[in-house]
Ligand binder design. Structure first.
Ligand code: NAP
Length: 298
């Protein structure tokens, strides 16, 4: 039986509509959620992410303070801007687009962001809050994966989940979120990486396979069990002479074959990708509510 293809664009649009409604209610109370965006340099991929973030803020009604700085910006100048945003009551979330140019100390900048405005959820304070199950900011891509599963009707509780990838932005936080003793979590999680002895043996045990390796065809059809749920976080460029740009985007999963065996699958593009920005705006609105002393979802 062919899998149900999870439409990330549709799920993201539904969530954005909910966020927009929430923003409208906050505005009636005189609260305008604000996101401060910092882009240093002119990396084309970063520029297009930042433009998409700004556009989505506008659609949803979130105030966005956009700062596009030249590649030669110094550490001191960048730190000063972060400090200014930390103090600015109009800003509830600060986003420093990564990667930063090589001469800048990324770790120092991320540590300088007020943890209560760290809507990316990368500050060690929020990582700690996530691990112990306290309210903070959940990192956007892993949180987006969990929302996709829940909103597609996939049961996470008690499921065997195998995550391929252990990065600080996807694999590790996702595993931590899934093992929490909370409704819609309570999964049994295995994390795999390049030193895993027999990856296929692990993935074949999984009710839910989440691929975040950054390598095409990491998950092939023989590596999943019948009716598994397959979430593909990977985004990889592969050469394609038929495309204007000379490449196309693929995930980590052999989509065409795996979809014939899985029960649910996400495509690339159009799966996890659209959820990431949505979760960033979700965090920004949660932050604005917290700053105003309004009860938040966590
Ligand atoms: P990363 O930092 O490069 O981490 C990749 C992880 O996968 C590492 O832990 C690595 O193991 C593991 N890995 C790589 N090849 C493997 C293999 N053949 N077998 C088992 N494990 C393997 O990447 P990332 O930042 O987590 O991103 C992962 C992918 O998700 C990338 O394609 C990225 O573009 C994509 N992504 C998408 C979004 C989105 O919004 N859709 C957001 C973030 C990332 P080791 O630790 O042993 O090296």
């Amino acid at each position: 039986m062919a899998a149900r293809v999870i439409d990330g664009k549709q799920v993201a649009a539904a969530m954005r509509a909910e966020i927009k409604e929430e923003v409208a209610k906050l505005k009636q109370k005189g609260i305008l959620p604000g996101l401060g965006v910092i882009l240093v340099g002119d990396d084309p991929a970063s520029r297009s992410y930042v433009t998409a973030k700004e556009k989505t803020c506008e659609e949803i009604g979130i105030y966005s303070d956009d700062n596009r700085l030249p590649a030669e910006t110094s550490q001191k100048q960048l730190m000063a801007l972060v400090e200014k945003m930390n103090k600015d009551p109009k800003i509830h979330g600060i986003l420093v687009q990564l990667p930063l140019p090589k001469h800048l100390n990324e770790a120092e900048i991320l540590l300088a962001i007020d943890p209560d405005k760290d809507v990316d959820g990368f500050h060690p304070m929020n990582v700690g809050r996530m691990v112990v199950g306290e309210k903070g900011f959940l990192p956007c891509t892993p949180h987006g994966v969990i929302q996709l599963l829940i909103r597609s009707g996939v049961t996470i509780e008690g499921a065997n989940v195998v995550i391929v990838g252990r990065s600080n932005i996807v694999g590790k936080p996702l595993a931590n979120m899934l093992i929490q003793k909370k409704p819609n979590r309570n999964a049994t999680v295995t994390i795999c990486h390049t030193r895993t002895k027999d990856l296929a043996h692990q993935t074949r045990q999984a009710d839910i396979v989440i691929a975040a390796a950054g390598r095409p065809n990491t998950i092939t059809v023989d590596m999943i069990k019948e009716a598994a749920v397959v979430i593909d976080v990977g985004v990889n460029r592969v050469e394609d002479a038929t495309k204007k740009k000379g490449y196309r985007l693929v995930g980590d999963v052999d989509f065409e074959r795996v979809k014939e065996k899985a029960s649910f699958i996400t495509p690339v593009p159009g799966g996890v990708g659209p959820m990431t920005i949505t979760m960033l705006l979700y965090n920004t609105v949660e932050s604005a509510k917290r700053a105003a002393g309004i009860e938040t979802k966590g």
